[in-house]
Ligand binder design. Structure first.
Ligand code: NOJ
Length: 997
């Protein structure tokens, strides 16, 4: 198997030569479908989809779930009741405790549990010792806030019979209309229904029942008929038990000590044509439907974190991570749901269109989106967000699960990775080559081959002889090293890490209660169970500098294979009946597993040395809601093909609107060898990934940007420089993400939520709030791109100020290989640093350039956020946060403070930045009235009297055809951390400045 080969370092030399020959003939690769389940192969999915089909085809269907009105109570923002499930064969009704909690934020939370299991009143099958409750701890891992209960939520007196109505949210604008029989909920905003639960009657909570052992019948004549009869009988009962008690797939049998226990619900979004979210899938941003039909899928979107290597494009197949957040969008409204469940989950999406009624004027055609959520186990626990804007939705979700970590500034620069840099000399050589070719980079990465025989926390003694020296060379140009640490621990002799893991009993267990042993890179391995607090405590000790020798303060960590990937496990992961800390089955916690490991690593990095507190950097492959708090993710093992470059954009955009924006794809494509053109285009696109890393499989040829040669190397260098030039804008966008939940790169609908024609656009992006609009080239041989402009502002080419204007149209922008299509929307001020450097660390005290891009009214606004890029002192005020505003009315550009009240930390930080100035102001779309101006007046707060008001050179460049007029103020010498004003008015400059007072 391509991805599973890993060479012994001693052979690497030969191997590389051999490979460079072989790789000329790399075969086309594609995912092994047979390794992964379809819905029909996943018992609970099949059952629930079948149930949906039965319900949909029956006209007489009513959902068997009813609230017992006598049980309803409401206090302190929470409604409690019992839902009774009527069971077909006349058993007692199953009691399902319901809570509907109304949160201060205007969000509602619905949980449904099973009373018998809450009480532990069930029998487990076999000798199982697992917990009897439905898994109810997902919230402890995913949620960090936002749970304050609404004081104002109140029951309505006026509810109709058979309904309970609750007003909640700001000014009571939100309402939950709870129908008792059958149970359903409509969530309304301003009297209009936005989200419906159980409208289609697909609620299905598989309750616990004892297995009725059937007597084994002796084989008689006519057995075939008997079997058929039995099948018919079962079909009549509507219950197909074949996947209730155990299930076999790919030779692995999953025993189910609790029997069937799925939870499923239909959630509808009336009037919403688009739904987004539920990463991770290689699909379009606006989700396709999943019940067949042209261009649509036949399978539901699956969320079951897995090592799906060589994954395919345009598919609802599961990938490495899961965020069960979906948002529905229409003109004027964004709403969403967060399905807090960590078990295997499938989501069907369908749409229905109601045509306009020609007889009644004013009724428009309308599309509704219906979804069907199916999880294998756990509570039903769903949050409903009522927006109404995409910004509100991301904030509401972020308040619950946390905003993205504000990373160290190096982490948003360029990362150079491959499997593998083969020795410390190799690393030092690559480092020198980047310098030789004047290509900026910040971080070099080591994949698994740096270890001694795949034992993490060790170095291969023959190839990584002096890691400290290597780290120190990197430090000279303020560069960093990232090393990989995976969750599987080699099960071998004389390896203290496995000895401790076993002795302390910190590994995941198998169903018999023994430490589970499986197969991964090192061969036989065990998996640290980070659900166990003691495991996290131990994990922290392994990263201390005096424990993991050879690591320095510029070493950071890459967590891979944490789905977890188990080569000999079912669907390349862990058996579902494995057991974690607390007695929970792996089935219950699977999608959270990767996050717990990533989280443990984050915590370990915080505590490497007493007194040294730095923001950790840890990359993860597997993720869940909440992972954004502790690091970055990448989209795993893509291919060096144009289609994968193209798919990376909707995937990374989707991460952004799903609350985990620090995301990127392997630049160049992991498997295979990209052509020089593809590699170049990938760099030109990769500069827009919030997480920007080049990476390649061990069987590929070297492809560091200096290798391709002229003109590719120069073009890639130019792209990298553009990323570095705009780092201040990127860092500001990260800060916004870290404080508001906004995506870092933004799709069209998010920026223009009213522009229906742009809702499905997912191949162009805005960078933060900068107004920078990029449309990467993703087609071979292209020499132009077509950019969609949603609004009527002028958009200017970033490099030559060619103007594009016209709302609702596509505009052709030239894009020969050496040209990166990037536009600036009128109305923004973009901060950048123009001096080319070898690493971002070397730019720390560089001066700024401000690009003022005027809108059609001649105004512009922008912000800059800046801090030490390293410590947590920003939390105590050590930062600069400025607003730059250009006002047409006053013809001036001002810098004002957004930072709030200064602290001693602020003062200290400002002192370190006192000499960092603005060295240039460029005004794009400059008014022609400025054409004779030769200077402007600059005023700075706190400057000495003599310097308070100074004249500074100004130059005007008239419009030239489609190229807009622009102007430049050279070296206004104002401090980036101070308040100042540049006066462009007639009174200022052009020889008449003497009249000013
Ligand atoms: C799988 C990861 O996805 C890939 O990036 C890495 O190079 C290999 N594991 C080897 O560690």
């Amino acid at each position: 198997m391509l991805s599973r080969s890993s060479s012994s370092p001693r052979w690497t030399g030969f191997f590389l030569v051999f490979l460079s020959l072989c790789s000329l003939f790399v075969p086309a690769v594609s995912v092994k479908h047979e390794n992964f389940k379809t819905c029909a192969q996943s018992g609970f999915c099949k059952r629930n989809r079948q149930f949906a089909d039965d319900v949909t085809s029956s006209s007489a269907w009513t959902s068997p779930y009813n609230i017992d009105p006598a049980t309803i109570s409401f206090s302190k923002g929470q409604l409690n009741a019992v839902v009774l499930k009527t069971v077909k064969d006349g058993e007692d009704k199953v009691r399902l405790p319901l809570t509907v909690t109304f949160l201060e934020s205007g969000t509602a939370r619905v949980t449904l549990d099973e009373e018998k299991r809450q009480k532990g009143d069930i029998q487990l099958r076999g000798d199982s010792k697992v917990r009897k409750e439905r898994y109810n701890e997902a919230s402890q891992w995913a949620l960090v806030g936002g749970l304050e209960v609404s004081e104002g939520a109140a029951l309505s007196e006026k509810a109709e019979d058979g309904f309970t109505k609750v007003f909640y949210g700001e000014g009571g604008k939100h309402q939950a209309l709870i129908r008792h029989s059958p149970f359903s909920i409509d969530f309304q905003r301003d009297g209009e229904t936005q989200v419906k639960f159980n409208d289609r009657g697909l609620l299905n909570l598989e309750h616990w029942r004892a297995k009725k052992e059937k007597p084994v019948e002796e084989k008689k004549e006519g057995e075939e008929e008997n079997k058929e009869e039995k099948k018919e009988e079962e079909a009549e009962k509507g219950e197909d038990e074949s996947t209730w008690w155990d299930e076999t797939f790919g030779g692995n049998t999953d025993t189910k000590p609790r029997g069937p226990e799925a939870v499923a619900l239909d959630i509808s979004f009336p009037g919403y044509e688009h739904v987004f979210g539920i990463p991770e899938h290689a699909t379009s941003l606006s989700l396709k439907t999943t019940r067949g039909g042209e261009g649509n899928y036949n399978e539901p979107y699956r969320l079951y974190n897995a090592d799906v290597f060589e994954y395919e494009m345009d598919s609802p197949m599961t990938l490495y991570g899961a965020i069960p957040l979906m948002q529905a969008h229409r003109k004027g409204s964004t709403v969403g749901v967060f399905w807090l469940n960590a078990a295997e989950t499938w989501v069907d999406v369908t749409k229905s269109k109601t045509s306009a009624n020609p007889l009644s004027l004013g009724t428009k055609s309308r599309t509704d989106t219906e979804t069907h959520w199916i999880s294998e186990s756990g509570l039903l626990d769903v949050f409903v967000f009522l927006g109404p804007t995409p910004q509100d939705l991301n904030r509401q979700y972020g308040e619950l699960t946390g905003f993205t970590q504000l990373p160290q500034s190096f982490a948003i620069a360029y990362h150079q990775c491959r499997w593998n840099y083969v020795s410390d000399d190799d690393v030092k050589d690559v480092d020198r080559k980047f310098d030789k070719f004047n290509i900026p980079y910040d971080v070099i990465w080591l994949d698994i081959e740096y270890t001694h025989e795949k034992k993490y926390f060790t170095w291969d003694p023959l190839t990584f002889i002096n890691p400290t020296k290597m780290g120190k060379q990197l430090e000279k140009s303020i560069r960093k090293l990232v090393v990989i640490i995976d969750p599987h621990i080699k099960n071998t002799d004389s390896y203290p890490v496995i000895d401790e893991l076993k002795k302390k009993d910190l590994a995941v267990k198998n169903k018999e209660g023994n430490q589970y042993e499986g197969w991964c890179w090192p061969g036989s391995s065990m998996w640290i169970d980070c659900f166990n607090p003691a495991a996290i405590t131990w994990w922290k000790t392994l990263f201390k500098y005096d424990s993991f020798k050879g690591t320095l303060s510029n070493t950071f960590i890459w967590n891979d294979m944490n789905e977890p990937s188990v080569f000999n496990g079912p669907e390349t992961t862990m058996p579902k009946d494995n057991v974690h800390f607390g007695g929970w089955e792996h089935r219950d916690v699977h999608n959270i597993n990767g996050m717990t490991f990533h989280n443990a690593t984050y915590q370990a990095l915080l505590e490497r040395k007493k007194g040294e507190v730095r923001r950790p950097f840890a990359l993860t492959r597997s993720f869940y809601s909440g992972s954004q708090r502790v690091g970055a993710m990448w989209t795993g093992d893509n291919l060096a093909e144009w289609s994968h470059l193209e798919a990376s954009l909707p995937m990374v955009l989707n991460q952004g609107i799903s609350g985990f924006p620090f995301a990127g794809a392997d630049v160049g494509g992991f498997f295979g060898n990209p052509s020089k053109e593809l590699l170049t285009r990938w760099y030109q696109a990769g500069i827009y990934y919030p997480f920007f890393r080049g990476h390649a499989h061990i069987d590929t040829r070297r492809r560091e940007p200096y290798i391709a040669g002229s003109p590719y190397t120069e073009i890639m260098t130019q792209a990298l420089r553009l990323r570095y030039q705009l780092l201040p804008a990127w860092y500001t966008a990260f800060h916004e993400a870290a404080t508001t939940g906004a995506p870092i790169i933004r799709p069209n609908y998010w920026v223009h939520p009213e522009d229906e024609a742009g809702f499905a656009i997912d191949d162009q992006l805005y960078i933060g709030s900068t107004g920078l609009l990029a449309k990467p080239v993703t087609k071979e041989g292209a020499d132009s791109v077509s950019v969609y402009l949603a609004d009527s502002q002028p958009y200017y080419d970033y490099f030559d100020f060619t103007t594009y204007q016209g709302a609702g149209h596509h505009h052709t922008v030239p894009a020969p290989l050496e040209k990166i299509p990037l536009l600036m929307q009128g109305g923004h001020v973009i901060p950048r640093r123009d001096r080319p450097r070898r690493s971002s660390g070397l730019m720390k005290f560089d001066p700024f350039t401000l690009v003022v891009v005027l809108d059609s009214a001649g105004n512009a606004n922008g912000t800059l956020y800046l801090d030490d890029g390293e410590t947590f002192e920003y939390e105590q005020g050590a930062f600069i946060h400025r607003r730059f505003s250009f006002s047409a009315k006053h013809a001036s550009l001002t810098s004002t403070n957004l930072g709030g009240r200064a602290t001693t930390k602020t003062d200290k930080y400002l002192k370190t930045m006192a000499n960092v100035r603005v060295e240039k102001v460029i005004v794009v779309g400059a008014p022609s009235a400025w054409q004779h101006k030769t200077s402007v007046t600059v005023m700075e707060e706190g400057a000495k009297e003599s310097a308070r008001r100074k004249q500074v050179d100004f130059e005007f460049f008239p419009a030239d055809g489609k190229k807009a007029a622009w102007a430049v103020v050279r070296d206004p010498r104002v401090a980036i951390g101070k308040g100042w004003k540049i006066d462009f008015s007639d009174k200022s400059g052009g020889g008449d400045h003497g009249h000013q007072h």
